[in-house]
Design a protein around this ligand. Structure first.
Ligand SMILES: [Zn+2]
Length: 448
C-alpha cells in the first residue's frame, strides 16, 4: 500500500514545488519596472475617467492600473502631468503598402503605376514609412486589408515583430479575394496578368475555398474580400464558402461592400465586418446588428474631400465635384447614424491610401473621428470604436484595446480631454507600444 502510494505522493510534492517555482518566476516577471502617471485615464472599458491615474508596466505588459497606486521604489516614473491616458488607437482598415498621388487622377492610373513600377521591396519599405507615421500618431495596431502586392503586408508585419523596423502591430490579410479584375479599371488582355499581383480572382466556390487556404499558407491573419466592383459581384455561395473556410480555422473575414445587393450578400454570409457600406438598406443594418457584424465606416470630414478635386479643374468642374462630395458626405453621415441607431457594432477604420498634402499617414488617418462626430457619435462611442470595439473585431481583445492588467502596454496620451473634444485624438502627444516609448512631447521621463 505504502509503496504504491509513495510515487503518487512524491509526484504531487514535485508538482507543488514546480508551481511554487513557476509563481516566483511569474512574480519576478510582473515586477513593475515602469510607472506612468497622469491626471486622467480613459481605460477604454468603463465610462468613468480614472483621476490621478497610475499604470504599472513590467516588460511589454500592464501589471496594474488604478488611482494613486503606490509606485515601487525601483520603477522608472514617466509623469505626464495633467494629460489624459488612453489605450493605443486601432485602425481596422488601412493599406500601408500603398500611397497614391491625387495628381495622377484617381485609383485606376495609381494602381497600374504602383503594380508595374514598384518592386515588392519598394512597397515594403514604403509600408515601413507609413507604419511608422501611424504609430507616431498613436495608432498602435492596424488591420491591413490588401493592396500590398504579393504578401508584402506579411513581410512588413514580420519585420515589425522582429524589431527590424518600428511600426504598429499588424493584422495582415495578404491579397484580397475578388471577382474578375479585382479593383482594376480597364486593362488590355496582356496586362490582365497584373491583377494576380494585387488580388486573388475567384469565380467558383472551389476557387473561393482554395483562395482562403492559400491566404493562410501565405501568412494571412484574416481574409479580405471585395464583394463588388461595379457589376462584378462575388456570389452568395462563394461568400458563404469563404466565411466557412476562414471560420473553420477561427479567422475573421472583412468584406468590402457598397450598395443594397453587395452588403446583403456579405451580411447573409455572416462576415465579421462590412467595410465602407456607404449605401446600405435598413434591413441589412438590422441583420448586421443581430449577427454582430461590425460596420467599418471609412468616413472623413467634408473639407477633407476637397483634396480629391484636381488642381487643374475648371470652376464648373470644381463646383460639380464639390456638390457631388456634399451629397456623398450627407449619405455617409446618414448611414452611420442609422447603423448606430440599429445597434450595429462600429470599428474605426480609415481606408487611407493617398498622400494628403503634407500630412503624415497617421495625421490623415485620425481625421475619421471628426466624421464620426458629425454623424452624432459621442466621444465615448468613438473612442470605443477606435479601441476595444476594433480589438474585438480583430479578435485581439484579449491583448489590446484597453488599459487593463495583462494587456500589452500600448498607451497614448493627449494634453486635453478627448471626452470633451474628440479632435484631441488628432494631436496625440505621447505614444507607448509594448512598454517602449515611441514619442513623448509632454515631459521628459524623470528617472528616480
Ligand atoms: Zn480599403
Amino acid at each position: 500500500m505504502l509503496n504504491r502510494r509513495f510515487p503518487a505522493a512524491a509526484l504531487l510534492a514535485s508538482i507543488a514545488v514546480g508551481t511554487v517555482v513557476l509563481n516566483a518566476q511569474e512574480a519576478d516577471q510582473q515586477k513593475p519596472t515602469l510607472a506612468i502617471r497622469a491626471e486622467r485615464l480613459i481605460d477604454g472599458k468603463s465610462d468613468t475617467v480614472v483621476k490621478n491615474a497610475v499604470v504599472l508596466v513590467a516588460g511589454e505588459k500592464i501589471v496594474a492600473v488604478g488611482s494613486g497606486l503606490r509606485i515601487p521604489a525601483k520603477a522608472t516614473v514617466i509623469d505626464l502631468g495633467n494629460a489624459t491616458l488612453l489605450p493605443g488607437l486601432i485602425d481596422a482598415h488601412t493599406h500601408l503598402l500603398q500611397n497614391y498621388d491625387f495628381a495622377l487622377g484617381g485609383d485606376d492610373p495609381n494602381m497600374v503605376l504602383t503594380v508595374t513600377q514598384m518592386s515588392p521591396a519598394d512597397r515594403a519599405l514604403l509600408g515601413a514609412k507609413m507604419g511608422r507615421e501611424d504609430l507616431e500618431a498613436g495608432i498602435t495596431t492596424v488591420r491591413d486589408v490588401g493592396n500590398s502586392g504579393i504578401n508584402g503586408d506579411v513581410a512588413l508585419r514580420n519585420a515589425i515583430n522582429h524589431g527590424w523596423v518600428t511600426g504598429p502591430r499588424i493584422v495582415a490579410s495578404t491579397r484580397a479575394l475578388a471577382a474578375a479584375g479585382g479593383q482594376f479599371g480597364k486593362l488590355q488582355s496582356d496586362a490582365q496578368a497584373l491583377v494576380e499581383q494585387e488580388y486573388r480572382e475567384i469565380g467558383t466556390v472551389d476557387d473561393a475555398r482554395r483562395a482562403v487556404q492559400r491566404a493562410f499558407y501565405d501568412g494571412a491573419d484574416c481574409i479580405k474580400v471585395i464583394v463588388n466592383t461595379g457589376p462584378r459581384v462575388v456570389s452568395l455561395e462563394e461568400m458563404k464558402a469563404i466565411v466557412d473556410e476562414a471560420h473553420r480555422v477561427h479567422k475573421k473575414v472583412a468584406a468590402h461592400a457598397i450598395g443594397d445587393d453587395a452588403t446583403r450578400i456579405a451580411a447573409e454570409a455572416a462576415v465579421d465586418s462590412i467595410e465602407h457600406a456607404y449605401i446600405v438598406p435598413d434591413d441589412v443594418l438590422k441583420m448586421m446588428a443581430a449577427k454582430k457584424i461590425f460596420l467599418v465606416p471609412t468616413d472623413y470630414p467634408e473639407q477633407f474631400y476637397e483634396s480629391f478635386v484636381p488642381a487643374n479643374a475648371t470652376p464648373d468642374e470644381r463646383q460639380e465635384a464639390e456638390a457631388g462630395m456634399r451629397r456623398f458626405t450627407k449619405g455617409s453621415r446618414d448611414r452611420l447614424k442609422r447603423a448606430v441607431a440599429a445597434g450595429v457594432p462600429i470599428a474605426a477604420g480609415s481606408d487611407e491610401y493617398y498622400q494628403v498634402g503634407k500630412r503624415t499617414r497617421g495625421q490623415s488617418s485620425t481625421l475619421i473621428y471628426e466624421a464620426y462626430r458629425e454623424s452624432g457619435m459621442t466621444p465615448r462611442q468613438i473612442i470605443q470604436a477606435a479601441t476595444l470595439g476594433a480589438a474585438e473585431l480583430l479578435g485581439w481583445d484579449d491583448r489590446i484595446g484597453s488599459v487593463e492588467k495583462g494587456k500589452f502596454a500600448d498607451i497614448i496620451a493627449t494634453s486635453g480631454d478627448p471626452f470633451e473634444d474628440i479632435t484631441e485624438l488628432e494631436k496625440v502627444k505621447f505614444v507607448m507600444k509594448g512598454g517602449e516609448v515611441v514619442r513623448n512631447e509632454l515631459v521628459s521621463p524623470a528617472t528616480r
